[in-house]
Every structure is written in structure tokens, then in C-alpha cells.
Design a protein around this ligand. Structure first.
Ligand code: HEC
Length: 208
């Protein structure tokens, strides 16, 4: 008898709990014990922020900030941060590849990157006959690095063009780190060195 009452009492209790739980509604999160964890007191990254005149909560980095892994601008040694306004300096021939040593591994990495990012236009033979250009879908002839004007092109000019783009060629600054850009240029120059060593009539290489 007692047991029965207990069972009835318990089930009634559970039923009312269940009903109450339903009534509380799905949208009601109930009591919040640590509101700071639910509602950030800091500004959310993309929220409007009236403290700043441009009302952006995400602040741009302070001018001159050097990303981790990048070299501080040391013009003479490591012109990694060649500013766009410094085109005259870039093409002056004074800018040298700053990689301290260029090994076979550097050139292989440069070639690997070149084949991924550049060969579609410039061709794996560096002759400007990449598949995109040959398909007729790209309107202008990409540079043929076997031509005299590119054989004698300073590395700094190449770095500048790869960093900021040149006419129809876009910038590769977001795809390739500065080190990678120099690795690619080291690779192009190593291929060009073979042309120069051969003393071959470079235009015949170009036209083959
Ligand atoms: C979408 C096609 C395309 C891709 C991809 C491309 N280029 Fe070019 N590139 C061109 C064209 C077109 C030119 C000729 C630009 C001009 O002189 O008008 C050019 C020119 C150049 C020049 C000569 C720049 C100068 O100052 O005259 C260099 C160096 C160069 N590219 C390097 C690269 C490297 C390195 C990559 C890969 C990271 C690359 N390009 C990827 C199309 C491309």
C-alpha cells in the first residue's frame, strides 16, 4: 500500500516536472549563472564601435607592423618590405636576392612553387607558353624568361613585379611569402644562368 502511494506520488511529481519543463518554453535559456561567459563585455570583432571615427571594432595593425616571420625593413640587406612607392629603387639593380644561401633545395622549392603558381602562364619551360595562355583564354603573352630583356632583368625588378603585379599579371604577395617569392626568383635566375652560360641566341630558345 505504502509502496503504491510512493509510486503514484513519484510519477505525479515527474509528470508535473515534465509539464513545467515544457512550459518553460524552448526559447527561454533559463537562469544564467555566469553572464560574462554568455555575453562578451568586450566588443565583438565585427561589431560597430562608436569609440572610433570609422566605427570599426577590428583595428588595422599599426603602420610599420612587421608580421611574425618577416624581416624588418633593412633596405641594404633584406629588401623584403620593398614599398610600392619605391619602384625606382626596386628596378635600380641594387636589390639583390637576400636569401643567405641558395642551395639545390632552394632551387627545387623555387621550381615547385613556380610550377604551381606561375607555370600556368609562364610555362614550365619559362618560355611564356603556359597552358592558360596557349588555351587562348589569356589575352596577352606572359613574359618569356629566355628573352634578352628578361635575362638581364634585375632580381629586384622581378621581386617588385611579383609583389605588386605588372599590368595583366596580378600580385602574388598574398599567395607567396617574401621568402617564397625570392626562392621562385632564384629558380628563374638559375634557369636563365644556363641560357647565359650557353651563350645561346636566346631568341632561338624563345621561338622553339
Ligand atoms: C595569369 C598569368 C600569369 C601568372 C599566373 C603569372 N604571370 Fe608573370 N606575367 C604575366 C604577364 C602577362 C606578364 C607581362 C606583363 C607585362 O609586361 O605587361 C608577366 C610578367 C612577369 C615578369 C616580368 C615583370 C616585369 O617587370 O616586366 C615576371 C618577373 C613575372 N611575370 C614573374 C611571375 C612569377 C614569379 C609568377 C608566379 C609567382 C608569375 N609571374 C605568374 C602573366 C602571369
Amino acid at each position: 500500500m505504502r509502496k503504491q502511494k510512493l509510486v503514484i506520488g513519484l510519477s505525479a511529481g515527474m509528470l508535473s516536472l515534465a509539464l513545467f519543463a515544457c512550459q518553460a518554453g524552448r526559447n527561454n535559456p533559463g537562469r544564467i549563472y555566469a553572464p560574462d561567459m554568455y555575453y562578451s563585455r568586450a566588443y565583438d570583432a565585427y561589431s560597430v564601435n562608436l569609440v572610433y571615427p570609422d566605427s570599426m571594432s577590428s583595428r588595422p595593425p599599426v603602420p610599420g607592423t612587421v608580421p611574425r616571420g618577416h624581416t624588418v625593413n633593412a633596405h641594404e640587406l633584406l629588401p623584403f618590405n620593398l614599398p610600392q612607392s619605391d619602384s625606382a629603387y626596386a628596378v635600380s639593380g641594387q636589390v639583390k636576392n637576400p636569401l643567405p644561401v641558395i642551395t639545390q633545395a632552394t632551387l627545387e622549392e623555387g621550381q615547385r612553387l613556380f610550377n604551381i603558381y606561375c607555370a600556368i602562364c609562364h610555362g614550365e619551360q619559362l618560355d611564356g607558353q603556359g597552358p592558360l595562355y596557349k588555351s587562348g583564354k589569356f589575352p596577352v603573352q606572359p613574359a618569356n624568361f629566355h628573352l634578352p630583356q628578361y635575362l638581364k632583368m634585375p632580381e629586384g625588378t622581378m621581386f617588385y613585379s611579383v609583389t605588386y603585379g605588372k599590368n595583366l599579371m596580378g600580385s602574388y604577395a598574398s599567395q607567396l611569402s617574401e621568402r617564397q617569392r625570392w626562392e621562385v626568383i632564384a629558380y628563374i635566375k638559375s634557369v636563365q644562368a644556363k641560357d647565359l652560360a650557353k651563350g645561346a641566341d636566346s631568341t632561338s630558345v624563345a621561338k622553339k
